[in-house]
Design a protein. Structure first.
Length: 293
């Protein structure tokens, strides 16, 4: 059986960079084993499979090369920007069904946004030394008076504030230790950042490490940018509702990305947020997949 797949970079910065995702349309007839086979052939961190839904506009299943996962931010943005470009979405709102429930999708011009939940926080002060050791940094390299904290807006990330963009660039990660700590706290991974950015006027320069999910480093992570924006607002006291998060600029090789996060506030409390960006189709390919058994 031949299947057409598209490689789409989400969260591109200008017209370059971003995080590539596989996207397969018209996936209703594919079994889970076939989807896993396709995702393994594509070989990217996640591939989205789009099929019909009775409870949302589209059903999305997400597969890494080794397993199915509930959500993927960059594959969601890639998929919905592409669906809108094809004329399959004409309104400014849409929705996706996933194995973990439905989520709303919003559009603003050529950008797509996905909803996330209000943040919850978990302190990890008793593990600061181990966290710093896993990044080969000293406790003094942390932003003054701001320890790492776990933030969850649908997935848990360890947010690690550093003093300077150079500190973010110079970390030497211990992948095994990051994976151990991620397992201990049920994290997707680490999201380290500084408030000094490559492009002036943005709010944070970041890197993301998720070896627990087979991702040593990722160039754009919408599900991590949301927690970081909440951290900037709630923990660092940055009193604004829109944040621009850089990612991928500091990885090797660079893949510049930018994620826009908008916080929805009631009074001064975050009750909801959306994260999104632009996407660009890079190439299409035909994949041969086994017939369903």
């Amino acid at each position: 059986m031949k299947i057409e797949a598209h490689i789409i970079n989400a969260f591109i910065d200008g017209d370059i960079g971003g995080n590539p995702a596989g996207v397969v349309l018209n996936a209703d007839g594919l079994s889970s084993s076939q989807k896993l086979e396709i995702a393994a052939i594509i070989g990217l961190s996640e591939t989205a499979f789009v099929s019909s839904s009775k409870v949302a506009d589209f059903k999305l299943d997400f597969f890494t090369p080794t397993k199915q996962i509930a959500h993927c931010g960059h594959a969601t943005i890639a998929t919905f920007v592409y669906l809108r470009e094809l004329g399959l979405i004409t309104k400014t709102e849409s929705s996706k069904e996933t194995i973990d429930g439905n989520r709303c999708i919003y559009f603003d011009g050529d950008m797509a946004f996905m909803e996330q939940l209000a943040p919850s926080y978990k302190e990890v002060n008793h593990c600061i030394d181990a966290i710093c050791s896993s990044l080969r940094i000293a406790v003094d390299d942390l932003l003054n008076n701001h320890n790492p904290v776990i933030v969850n807006t649908g997935n848990s990330f360890l947010i690690v504030p550093l003093k300077d963009e150079k500190d973010v660039l110079d970390v030497h990660v211990d992948i095994d230790e990051i994976q151990r700590i991620s397992e201990e706290f049920d994290l997707i991974g680490y999201y380290i950042f500084s408030q000094k950015t490559t492009v002036p006027g943005r709010d944070a320069a970041t890197r993301m490490f998720a070896p627990r999910y087979g991702i040593n480093e990722e160039s754009a992570t919408g599900m991590a940018a949301g927690p970081l924006a909440c951290h900037l607002y709630d923990k660092l006291g940055i009193n604004k509702d829109t944040f621009l998060i850089e990612q991928g600029h500091l990885m090797e090789p660079p893949s510049p990305s930018v994620i826009k996060v908008q916080l929805k506030l009631k009074g001064k409390k975050i009750f909801w947020l959306i994260a999104g960006g632009k996407a660009k189709v890079m190439k299409s390919l035909i994949i041969r997949v086994s017939e369903s058994s």
